[in-house]
Design a binder for this molecule. Structure first.
Ligand SMILES: [Zn+2]
Ligand SMILES: [Zn+2]
Length: 246
């Protein structure tokens, strides 16, 4: 599986800004091991992440002491992403990055503990997502499909993505309750979870309750290239994206 470039940008920023502190927090003993291992698990060349990290070293406010690409101007995307990610704490970002890395390897979505047993064929997509959205960060859901196949789905990626968007809806870019420190955004599976059990980060979008309801009402087609949902001749654009587009 090849991971989206945006998700690797988040990791690249983290490694640029926090360097060895980040390397150790992720459980690696040195930089090159971290760069290489993460690149491989993300389905890229060994050197990929190192090059992406260098792009973030070029940010003027970067605390990196490596020379990196300091003499090159950073791209607009790197500037915007850096400005956004700088507002997230080291601890929160560590959790997000760990979760993204774990999610690259699909098999790591399977965990031991199971708290719910859900018969998917008796449950609508919305009901299923309600359970997934409400579960505590470490909860897992065991899904029993039409036959006897069992699958355990880890909900932690959803909670990390919600943290990443800090209560903002990816479609309208707003916090549903502005000014209040409450995150009531929800996770929506682009390919229906009830059909595919695809709980990878790049199948999840974080949306406000209104837009979530709209997506289920219209069931629009998602275009990853144009980063929008399409319904008849209307496009529902995604304004805020840090992890979907490659
Ligand atoms: Zn919205
Ligand atoms: Zn949904």
């Amino acid at each position: 599986m090849q991971t989206t470039s945006k998700m690797l940008s988040i990791i690249a920023y983290y490694l640029s800004e926090y360097d060895m502190k980040a390397v150790f927090a992720l459980g690696y003993s040195n930089r090159s091991e971290a760069m290489k291992s993460i690149s491989i698990v993300a389905g890229r060349d060994n050197n990929y992440l190192k090059l992406r990290r260098d792009e973030f070293d070029a940010l003027p406010e970067s605390s990196s002491s490596r020379n990196g690409w300091k003499n090159r101007p950073p791209s607009k995307e790197v500037v915007e992403m850096g400005a956004y990610l700088r507002t997230i704490s080291f601890d929160d970002l560590t959790e997000i990055v760990k979760s993204l890395i774990a999610n690259f390897d699909e098999s790591s979505a399977d965990t031991e503990s199971v708290i719910h047993s859900v018969k998917t064929d008796e449950m609508s997509e919305e009901e299923m997502e309600q359970i997934i959205n409400l579960s505590d960060p470490n909860a897992t859901i065991e899904v029993v499909t039409g036959t006897t196949t069992r699958r355990v789905c880890n909900t932690s990626i959803i909670h990390k993505l919600k943290k990443l968007y800090k209560g903002q809806c990816q479609i309208c870019g707003r916090k549903p309750i502005d000014g209040l420190d409450e995150d009531i955004c929800e996770a929506h599976h682009i390919e229906h979870f009830s059909e595919t059990q695809n709980n990878n980060a790049n199948n999840i979008i974080i949306v406000c309750p209104n837009h979530h309801r709209l997506l289920h009402k219209l069931n629009p087609i998602f275009s990853r290239e144009e980063l929008c949902f399409k319904h008849r001749d209307k496009n529902i654009l995604i304004l805020l994206d840090l992890h979907l587009k490659f």
